[in-house]
Structure formats: structure tokens, C-alpha cells
Design a binder for this molecule. Structure first.
Ligand code: ADP
Ligand code: UVW
Ligand code: MG
Length: 390
């Protein structure tokens, strides 16, 4: 069986084609495509299974961009599959609300329900669902599967999902949903192989990408997470503010005369690393910059991670392993170093040489708790879900 997976994140589009390995060894990635929205003009890059660059092409701006990217990817899939059918297209859908606790084969009613969640994930949900519509246009009738970022957290205790708001608000859907669940699910599975003792205990996973959140895993299950009702909560992100006193919103709206649209734009698109640095939402640019504002943005990012790791460890009752993933978590050694050093009191000792080369285990043998770098693979996790759905 072959499955095409589409992961539309807030700063990138990641696409992969998976096929069942003939030897029965599992799913094999036979094609990979990537669009980095930081680039101007925006380019689509396609790689083969052995990481050979197959094609690089400039994409048009505007709504045609996704159609152009997917049309090109589908034609490459056909070439790659050489007559074998594409069984399904799996999509990362960021918000599944209270009702979608597991992957589903998408029908019109699902699409209607998922579109209603757009205000809670405006940087993601429209792009995720646009992918479904474009595929339906290009390959009418192909099975399409939605896999949700929120689903992995539905097993959390009710208390962890509750806001201290009036009682009826929970049933009205005002709850902490949590995100990056496909990434946490994948990382939990990998950790179970790399460090089974820790994976069976108390783990904090830091998914630090353009969007960022933490997850507290107890015996592999999510029991708390830093993101909440929308993709704004918790850690400081590329362009999002993270946790914020709601009094700031009231002040802006009631006293400062800002419109709701202006406030939303500030919170989602003009805050976080970009807002504090005044320079960029990209950690690579900030780490290379010598301006005080860039340094302050990086320091605040680290500070917020450290604060929230403390909160996760508090609900876990201790820590056996800290895992870094996501673009920053996987590649930014200086950020990992600063975080691990600030939480050294949890029994973590960083192996600086291992950290400098993005090794898997970055704690020393004497370290009581372990620190890991586990590259996430949301695409593979989605493909596994599609296979399970049959
Ligand atoms: N070598 C690096 N050093 C520091 N940060 C990096 C590096 N590579 C990638 N990043 C950061 O990772 C982010 C992208 O992370 P990713 O998890 O791929 O994001 P998303 O899935 O949200 O689009 C970039 O915005 C950049 O800040
Ligand atoms: C939920 C979220 O923030 O996702 P991403 O990190 O892909 O933007
Ligand atoms: Mg992502």
C-alpha cells in the first residue's frame, strides 16, 4: 500500500510518500517534498528515497501555490509508483476539537465540523483543509484521512483539560486541547525503543519548532501539555506570544481602541521571537545576530521553556527524561544547552560534545535523568495511522 502524507505547518509544508516495504519491514519513504515559507520566492524541493534532489521549482504566490505544489508532487508520485495505486492521502489536521479523538476517513460532514474550528488554529486549519480540497480536485475519490494534533491529548485527566472558567464553559468546548500530538506520539514510540526505562516513567518532550509546546508523558501517555484551547497558549513561538494575561487583551480592546482583527494579528503573527527581536521569527537568524533585542528574544524563549518544564515536572512528580524535537529542538545546540543547564537541578548533566553534534543522547552517563534529541516524524506517524485505518 502507498500513502501520500501532507503536513502543513505554520512555517513549512512537508510532504512524503510512503510504501509498504516488500520485505514486510514496515513503511518506507520513497519521496519527500518540502516548502519553506521563510524563502522568497517560495520553492518546492523534491527528494528521492536516497535523498537525491529530484527537482526544485518556484511556486506561484497566493491560493494557486498549494495546487501547484501538490500537482507537481502527485505527478512525481505516479512516476515513483509506476502503476501501483495511491491508496490514501493522509493529512495533518491541527485541530480536531472535542469530537475527533482518533484519525478519520474524511467525508463532507467531517469537513464541515473541522472548518468550524478554524478560529482556534487560524495559521493551520485553513491550510490543512485546503490540502483536502485540492487533493479532491486533483484526484477525485481518493481516500483522504485526517490525523489530528489534538487527538493524542484526549486521554488527559479532565482536570488538565479544564480552565477555571464558569462550569458550563467546558461542555461548550472551552477546554485545553493541546497540539503537536502526532509529534509526541511518534517521539514516545521512538523513546520506548531508545530508553524503555524512561519511556515507562516520567518524560517531558519539548517540541520546539516554529510553533512550540511541551508535553508531560507518564508511561507514554499525555497527562499535561503547554498549549491549550488554541495554538497561542504556552511557550513563546516564532510569531505567537504563548501564555498571556487575558487582561492584556481586555486592555487593548477596551482602553487602547484596537480592533479584534488587529489583536488577533498581533498575537498570531507579530509576537514571539519576531515581535521581541524586531528582526525574525527564525531562531537561526536570531542566534547569528548580535543585536540586544535578538539576544533578549532568545533569552525569553529559553526562560519560558524552563518555566514550563518546571510546570510539567511538577505534575509528573519528577523527571526521568527530557526529549528535544522540532526544528529548534533538533538543530539548535545552544538553545538545548541553555535549557538543560537551567534545569540541571532536575538531575540532568549535559554532555556538551554530544549536544554540539545533535547526538541522540545528550546527557552524560552520570546524569540521573537523561536528555535526548529525537527528530520527529509527523509524516511517518500519519502514514502509520492511515495503514491502521486500512
Ligand atoms: N539549525 C537551526 N538552528 C536553529 N533553529 C533552527 C535550525 N533549523 C531550524 N530551526 C528552527 O526551526 C523552525 C522550523 O521548525 P519546524 O518544526 O520545522 O517548524 P514547523 O513544522 O512549525 O513549520 C524554524 O523556524 C527555525 O527557527
Ligand atoms: C500546532 C502548531 O503550532 O504547529 P506547528 O509547530 O507546525 O506550527
Ligand atoms: Mg511542525
Amino acid at each position: 500500500m502507498s500513502v501520500l502524507v501532507i503536513n502543513a505547518g505554520s512555517s513549512s509544508l512537508k510532504i512524503a510518500l510512503f510504501s509498504e516495504d516488500a520485505s514486510g519491514a514496515g513503511l518506507r519513504r520513497s519521496l519527500r517534498a518540502f516548502v519553506d515559507y521563510h524563502d522568497a520566492p517560495t520553492r518546492l524541493c523534491l527528494w528521492s528515497d536516497d535523498d537525491r534532489l529530484l527537482d526544485e521549482q518556484t511556486l506561484p504566490d497566493g491560493p494557486e501555490r498549494l495546487t501547484a505544489a501538490l500537482a507537481r508532487v502527485l505527478s512525481e508520485c505516479d512516476r515513483c509508483l509506476a502503476g501501483d495505486p495511491l491508496v490514501a492521502v493522509g493529512h495533518r489536521v491541527v485541530h480536531g476539537g472535542a469530537d475527533f479523538a482518533a484519525p478519520v476517513r474524511i467525508d463532507a460532514a467531517h469537513l464541515y465540523a473541522l472548518e468550524a474550528l478554524t478560529p482556534l488554529a487560524p495559521q493551520h486549519q485553513p491550510h490543512n483543509l485546503a490540502g483536502v480540497h485540492v487533493i479532491e480536485q486533483l484526484r477525485p475519490g481518493v481516500a483522504q484521512v485526517a490525523c489530528f494534533d489534538t487527538a493524542f491529548h484526549r486521554s488527559q485527566p479532565r482536570l488538565a483539560q479544564r480552565f477555571a472558567l464558569p462550569r458550563d464553559s467546558f461542555d461548550a468546548g472551552l477546554r485545553r486541547y493541546g497540539f503537536h500530538g502526532l509529534s509526541y506520539e511518534y517521539v514516545a514510540g521512538r523513546l520506548a525503543k531508545l530508553d524503555p526505562a524512561a519511556a515507562g516513567g516520567r518524560v517531558v518532550v519539548a517540541h520546539l519548532g516554529h510553533g512550540a509546546s511541551l508535553c508531560a508523558l507518564s508511561n507514554g501517555r499525555s497527562i499535561a501539555t503547554s498549549m491549550g484551547f488554541s495554538t497561542l497558549d504556552g511557550l513563546m513561538m516564532g510569531t505567537r506570544c504563548g501564555a498571556l494575561d487575558p487582561g492584556v487583551l481586555l486592555y487593548w480592546l477596551q482602553q487602547a481602541g484596537r480592533t479584534v482583527a488587529e489583536v488577533a494579528d498581533t498575537l498570531y503573527n507579530r509576537s514571539g521571537l519576531l515581535g521581541v527581536s524586531g528582526l525574525s521569527d527564525d531562531m537561526r537568524v536570531l542566534l547569528a545576530s548580535d543585536t540586544p533585542a535578538a539576544a533578549e528574544a532568545v533569552a525569553l524563549f529559553v526562560y519560558r521553556c524552563v518555566q514550563e518544564i518546571g510546570a510539567m515536572v511538577a505534575v509528573l512528580g519528577g523527571l526521568d527524561a527530557l526529549v528535544f524535537t522540532g526544528g529548534i529542538g533538533e538543530h539548535a545546540a545552544p538553545i538545548r544547552e541553555r535549557i538543560v543547564e537551567a534545569v540541571a537541578w532536575l538531575g540532568l548533566v549535559l554532555d556538551t560534545d554530544a549536544n554540539a553534534v545533535d547526538a541522540r543522547c545528550i546527557s552524560t552517563v552520570e546524569s540521573r535523568a537523561r536528555a535526548w534529541v529525537i527528530p520527529t516524524d509527523e509524516e511517518l506517524q500519519i502514514a502509520m495511522h492511515c495503514r491502521r485505518l486500512g
